[in-house]
Design a protein around this ligand. Structure first.
Ligand code: TYM
Length: 332
């Protein structure tokens, strides 16, 4: 089986529907045909200000939502990044073959450092993509499914793998990004030209997986649309309605034209009510499962520990190989 790697930051109490549709639904399907590794990247989350107790809780909650959404810890290696020390160790090595200018060209870093200003920007944000490269390369990953916002980071990962291999001999598998299609990208309900994000300024446009279903239904009824009154997909002219159609299609497995037909001649109110029902039906059980897992975290913690062992075994092999090749004296 080919190897697959992906991860998510534990940066909020709940995942949002973009993470669910854009990542988790695909991971759930892909785990059947790949040897899949899925991490909760808590070390990456340290680049944002965090309350320590909250970060711990968010890390568990993120893992619980992976499982609730159908990632099976007996099938896929689902683990917490910091449980495998090799990530931080390989990141250091890779940072020594990464150009300063090369890292500085990462658009996510440029955006964030512009937003925060130089003094509030930490060095971790700068080296963030190098840690992500370490995540991927430690497991000799063949494919990395991510949203297009992460594509540049996977390209850097490929460059670093090729550079290391050229300098020190074949060590890393060079991974391929698998970029989600346009129909897996979810936008903010109140601002449908901006991607839905865990760190959105306003809560009104974000659908949280762990929210009370009634609350999500209300947000859908209030979602921004347009004055045409026709349920029709047109990303340019009708970003709000198109986004709702994409969510509807992704959660039901239906094609957009069939949904357009169903709502032909009916208003947005009906359409939104229909979508609210779909979302409530989909999120309700996921939420219940996640809350049940969090109710007795001992079992969850045990699953994470077992998988961290499995991940460590693979990661340690790669890291040992790297240390030998670059000339570190091994302890006897
Ligand atoms: P993160 O935590 O920002 O997002 C996790 C995944 O969710 C996707 N996503 C979306 N998809 C559709 N619509 C949206 N509105 C939406 N918002 C987020 C993201 O594209 C991503 O696939 N750096 C990574 C985490 C990471 C990682 C890795 C990923 C660390 N190491 C190794 C892959 C491999 C990140 O911040 O994802």
């Amino acid at each position: 089986k080919a190897r697959l790697y992906s991860g998510m930051q534990p940066s909020a109490d709940s995942l949002q529907i973009g993470n669910y549709i854009g990542a988790l639904l695909q991971w759930r399907d892909l785990q059947e045909s790949y040897d899949a590794f899925f991490s909760v990247v808590d070390l990456h989350a340290l680049t944002q200000p965090n309350d320590p107790a909250e970060l711990r809780a968010k890390t568990r909650r993120t893992a619980a939502q992976y499982i609730a959404a159908g990632i099976e810890p007996s099938k896929s290696t689902l683990y917490v990044q910091s449980h495998v020390p090799a990530h931080a160790e390989l990141a250091w090595v890779l940072s020594t073959i990464t150009g300063f200018g090369e890292a500085g060209r990462m658009t996510q870093f440029k955006d964030k450092s512009k937003r925060y200003g130089t003094d509030a920007t930490n060095v971790g944000l700068f080296t963030y993509p190098v840690l992500m490269a370490a995540d991927i390369l430690l497991y000799q990953s063949d494919v990395v499914p991510v949203g297009d916002d992460q594509k540049q980071h996977v390209e850097l990962t490929r460059d670093l793998a090729e550079r290391f291999n050229a300098r020190y001999g074949q060590t890393f598998q060079v991974p391929m990004p698998v970029i989600q299609t346009e129909t897996a990208r979810i936008y903010d309900l109140q601002n449908p030209t901006a991607k839905m994000s865990k760190s959105a300024e306003s809560d009104a446009g974000v659908l949280w997986l762990l929210d009370e279903p009634a609350k999500s239904a209300k947000k859908i009824m209030r979602a921004v649309t347009d004055s045409e009154g026709v349920v029709r997909y047109d990303r340019e002219a009708k970003p709000g309605v198109s986004n709702l159609l994409v969510i509807y299609a992704a959660l039901t497995g239906r094609q957009i034209p069939s949904i357009e037909d169903e709502y032909a001649g009916r208003g947005y109110g009906d359409f939104k009510k229909g979508l609210a029902e779909v979302v409530v039906n989909e999120f309700g059980p996921v939420r219940e499962r996640a809350l049940a897992l969090l109710d007795d975290p001992a079992e969850l913690d045990r699953a994470l520990a077992v998988n961290a062992e499995k991940a460590s075994a693979v990661a340690e092999r790669t890291l040992g190989d790297v240390y030998d090749r670059i000339g570190l004296l091994r302890r006897r």
